[in-house]
Design a protein around this ligand. Sequence first.
Ligand SMILES: [Zn+2]
Length: 267
Amino acid sequence: MFEPLLLTAHNPSPMTGDGNNTYLLAETGGSAALIDAGVGEPAHLQAIAGALAERHARLDTVLVTHGHRDHASGAPALAVQHRAAGFAKLPWPEEDAQYAVAWRTIADGDCVSAGGEPLVVLHTPGHSPDHLAFWHQPSRTLFTGDLVVRGSSVMIHSSRGGNLAQYLASLERLLALGPARLLPAHGPIVDDPRVVIAGYISHRLFRERQVEAALRAGRTTVEAIAESIYDGLAPALMPAARENVRAHLEKLADEGRASEAGGHWQP
Ligand SMILES: [Zn+2]
């Protein structure tokens, strides 16, 4: 039975919630793979070492879903403890360079062995340009990185390589696979993927209509649109809300449905 072991990265914060989930796939007496590197917290490193020792397994692969710090920055600490481990991700050169390990490139369509199990690599950009999901077809399990967080909306950092249209296309691609469960990098495991992913897509389309309505009502700046839509939001979350509004406006602009001049937007 395919039972990846969830190991928390021990990095709770306002942006990571309870902290990141990482997943260990280990063959007893054989090889093991970790999905996402965490941040190098000692408690995480200890849990990985303990789980490997219990299974008499050796960590030989670390698959990283994308280059954001909470997923990738633990790579150098893992490299010190696990000399045999290789580190693999889709390149995002300006981000990857800050993590001092020799990254191996994996890309869409590759099939990799993770603790003896086959995983298909899916390029799923939108949250970040380098984002990968990993598909275990025999159990219909998808490792979804930051594409889905149950009970919360996913951040599209439009000023840092995020792209809403790509994000929606990535969600459609996940949906088309017909997964039985999602193992995300934040929050609980999702055992009703169709409902959750379809809910995400319709939520984004709802926001898009709100942004268009705000534009038609004469709000021309990202700030004004964000305030009209996210009225009453905690001030600490407003920067994230503005990033989302910007992501929507850029999608509308790409589709010829809005335009911008000097920081002012119009339909
Ligand atoms: Zn991320």
